[in-house]
Design a protein around this ligand. Structure first.
Ligand SMILES: *[C@@H]1O[C@H](CO)[C@@H](O)[C@H](O)[C@H]1NC(C)=O
Ligand SMILES: *[C@@H]1O[C@H](CO)[C@@H](O)[C@H](O)[C@H]1NC(C)=O
Ligand SMILES: *[C@@H]1O[C@H](CO)[C@@H](O)[C@H](O)[C@H]1NC(C)=O
Ligand SMILES: *[C@@H]1O[C@H](CO)[C@@H](O)[C@H](O)[C@H]1NC(C)=O
Length: 242
């Protein structure tokens, strides 16, 4: 067979691999968090919180039971009520965030290392509502991943911190989504964005990585893996096509 023919076949096979099969491969895994399963799957009657994800979820039923019973106090030795009690409305949004982080299968595309995610695009409208629910509530840490005192597996307010209103710390929904969980989330004005709660079919599945911006370190790993799969696929397709 002529050399140019081989090239055409290779190109065709790689093209089929990249666009037909690469993506599902990336989504069928969970991030590496403390209460995450390896792969998303449905859960049964013991799954009592985070209901939107029940049919395809990365978190365990045990996680949802503990979240319902004690928020995250037993799960992480961390109290949301560290500056007096949060309002019910605000508490609901923070619970949504815990569900989203632990249960959402699509987060794999934004994963970094050790269960982290970077710059997951959160819908501007969702961030604004979250801010609205929490603006009069109090916290002692701007960045909930970095600014608490973590000693003997317990989180507490640093002695040099003080309790401030969410409105003083974050100013608006954009500040809240961009700062509260370090670099995990980003306030996204386009439609390519995720929500932390929904009815019916999961709308986050269709959200794509922003490839024009800076990608999270882990995304490179994922796309490397999918390239590897594509090469294997291309080689087997060559046999078929050529
Ligand atoms: C919570 O703190 C206790 C006491 O320090 C410790 O034994 C336990 O392992 C901690 N749990 C978690 C999930 O870190
Ligand atoms: C906070 O909530 C707990 C239980 O929900 C309650 O016992 C306590 O009195 C509340 N504290 C304040 C300051 O409202
Ligand atoms: C952190 O917590 C430990 C234990 O409660 C305490 O000894 C230490 O002073 C705290 N450090 C800061 C910076 O808050
Ligand atoms: C993608 O990332 C770039 C650089 O970070 C940013 O300027 C742009 O607005 C982003 N686009 C979308 C659709 O998120």
């Amino acid at each position: 067979m002529a050399r140019s023919g081989v090239f055409v076949c290779l190109f065709l096979a790689a093209f089929v691999g990249e666009f037909c099969l690469g993506h599902e491969e990336e989504v069928a895994k969970c991030i590496d968090g403390p209460y995450h399963k390896d792969k998303p799957s449905p859960e049964g009657p013991d799954y009592v919180e985070c209901q939107p994800w029940k049919e395809n979820t990365c978190c365990t039923a045990g996680f949802t039971a503990q979240l319902e019973k004690s928020n995250v106090e037993v799960l992480y030795n961390f109290s949301w009520h560290h500056c007096g009690n949060l309002s019910k409305e605000c508490e609901r949004y923070i619970k949504n965030e815990e569900c989203f982080y632990s249960c959402e299968p699509s987060l794999i595309k934004w994963h970094t290392s050790g269960g982290g995610v970077k710059q997951v695009p959160i819908c501007a409208d969702y961030c604004d509502k979250w801010y609205d629910a929490c603006k009069n509530d109090m916290t002692c840490a701007e960045d909930w991943l970095a600014d608490f005192n973590f000693t003997l597996s317990q989180y507490s307010c640093r002695t040099d911190s003080k309790c401030l209103r969410f409105s003083e710390l974050y100013k608006d929904g954009e500040g809240l989504c961009n700062k509260m969980w370090g670099q995990s989330f980003t306030y996204e004005k386009s439609n390519n964005c995720m929500v932390m709660w929904f009815d019916g079919k999961n709308p986050n599945e269709k959200v794509k990585l922003n490839t024009t911006g800076e990608n999270p370190a882990g995304a490179a790993v994922t796309s490397y893996q999918s390239k590897f799969i594509n090469i294997a696929l291309a080689l087997s397709l060559i046999k078929l096509l050529c």
